[in-house]
Design a protein around this ligand. Structure first.
Ligand code: BTN
Length: 254
């Protein structure tokens, strides 16, 4: 059965993540979608800011309340990345790739970012706050370095139409993830993976690792073979192609 989406629209908010958390704390049902035209304190991964020119982006947070244990969450960010990539492709004649875990790229430029935050209860997941930002109509001058938008990539999209398709795609991926007990087939993610099989640098806080990005495992972790030959499973960090560049900015497409 499909989720019953309830879309609530705002002009300006600090962050859709905060609005959604407040409603979730108040008992809002799964399927609530908070959308805003403008955010004054948009948040990205790893504590970074997420900025977008007014009305240029789809900015939303989606409330999910899966009945699975928290240790099954790992692959979900990848599944959501696939859904966002597929939705964007409905509006632009270009292929979307995914940079682990779920930056959505067109021609190595970031077009969408996903921030998944979980609130855990005593016996599992209380709620998930899935924040998604897609650059829709922003022009080159409005975009940060290394970013693109649907318009800049030659497509046209209406933010409302994009949201509806995105929710449809997300619904399919989310139910598949839940039905599989949190162990979905990740082949579609692999087909879209940028940097798979390549030498990469993984940057985490103050440390970095160099190695070959071999695969993702059933938990959505990056399997990295270090230069020493040792295999490590990565759960967080920013990935960039090749040895670290002096100008590498975390969060930018690598
Ligand atoms: C990333 O760093 O790539 C994730 C960016 C997520 C941005 C979206 S925009 C809508 C929602 N509200 C926020 O404050 N952040 C997410």
């Amino acid at each position: 059965m499909s989720l019953d989406w309830q879309i609530v629209r705002f002009g300006c908010v600090d962050s859709t993540m905060d609005v959604l958390d407040e409603r979730a704390r108040g008992g809002a049902a799964e399927g609530l979608v908070v959308v805003a035209d403008v955010q004054t304190a948009g948040r990205g991964r790893a504590g970074r800011a997420w900025t977008a020119a007014p009305e240029s982006s789809l900015l939303c947070s989606i409330l999910l309340r899966p009945r699975l244990m928290a240790d099954r969450l790992g692959p979900l960010p990848l599944v959501i990345g696939v859904a966002v990539a597929q939705a964007i492709e409905s509006f632009v004649d270009a292929r979307c790739e995914l940079k682990w875990p779920n930056d959505v790229l067109i021609e190595e430029r970031k077009i969408a970012g996903i921030l998944l935050q979980s609130r855990l209860g005593g016996d599992g997941i209380d709620w998930l706050n899935v924040g998604i930002g897609v650059n829709v109509s922003a022009t080159g001058e409005q975009l940060p370095p290394g970013a693109t938008s649907i318009a800049a990539a030659g497509g046209t999209a209406d933010r409302d139409a994009l949201l509806l398709i995105l929710l449809r795609r997300l619904d399919v991926g989310y139910r598949d993830w839940a039905r599989s007990g949190g162990r979905p087939n990740l082949d579609e993610w692999r087909r879209r993976a940028s940097l798979l099989g390549e030498l990469v640098t993984l940057i985490r806080d103050t440390s970095e690792l160099h190695g070959t990005f071999l695969d993702v495992d059933a938990d959505g972790r990056m399997e990295l073979r270090l230069e020493s030959g040792e295999m490590v499973q990565i759960t967080q960090g920013d990935v960039a192609r090749g040895p670290r560049r002096r100008d590498f900015a975390p969060g930018a497409p690598g």
